[in-house]
Design a binder for this molecule. Structure first.
Ligand code: ADP
Length: 192
């Protein structure tokens, strides 16, 4: 089963994806993680995207589609969790094509709904906790970048909700509960 976790920054996509990985053996494909890895390892692409990411803007479709293509290339179809991808309609169309080239399909899209106040407080807490523990704080976990990230989400990514609804793939669930409540919501959404 191939699924997308859709939702704004701070909705809990990464946390829930990791639980699906450890409990169901699915494979998480997070373009945010891939881009941060490219940045840390200092590749040309990583250097190119660092400023864009720090500002909270989206990197180009070509770059993220390229990253996903590399991961899907030659892998057996089935069991992917797309986390933070697709983020634009162009990326969504590219994903359909990439999957169909592998003889695979998208099975479900789960939207995690969280209101803006909670998103902001979760991200601010994440940054404060990291700082207090002496861990690195994400360059885009600050108020200015967060505002841009939210705007990008509503402007460019949220149209995917309608798109996947029209394709009959969408389930929207409440992402405001505890991690276990959200996990249960996702499990119910993934039932056949
Ligand atoms: P979050 O969901 O917390 O905002 P991510 O870790 O998914 O963060 O992504 C961090 C940043 O990486 C984004 O703000 C954006 O700059 C870039 N990025 C990640 N995925 C994509 C994508 N699919 N398309 C364009 N940019 C992306």
């Amino acid at each position: 089963m191939n699924i997308i976790l859709l939702g704004p920054p701070g909705a809990g996509k990464g946390t829930q994806a990791q639980m699906l990985v450890s409990e169901r053996g699915m494979v998480q494909l997070s373009t945010g993680d891939m881009l941060r890895e490219a940045k840390t390892s200092g590749t040309e692409m990583g250097k190119m995207v660092a400023d864009v990411m720090a500002r909270g803007e989206l990197v180009t479709d070509d770059i993220v589609i390229g990253l996903i293509r590399e991961k899907l290339d030659g892998s057996k179809s089935g069991g992917f969790i797309f986390d933070g991808f697709p983020r634009t309609l162009g990326q969504a169309d590219a994903l359909t094509t990439l999957l169909s080239e592998m003889g695979a399909d998208l099975d479900k899209v789960v939207e995690l709904r969280v209101d803006d106040d909670m998103l902001v407080s979760r991200i601010v807490n994440r940054a404060n906790e990291a700082a207090a523990e002496g861990k690195p704080v994400r360059a885009d976990d600050n108020e200015d970048s967060l505002r841009v990230r939210l705007m990008s989400y509503y402007k460019l990514t949220s149209p995917l909700i309608g798109y996947y609804h029209a394709k009959g793939l969408l389930t929207s669930i409440d992402g405001m509960g505890t991690m276990d409540e959200v996990k249960a919501g996702i499990a119910a959404a993934l039932e056949p």
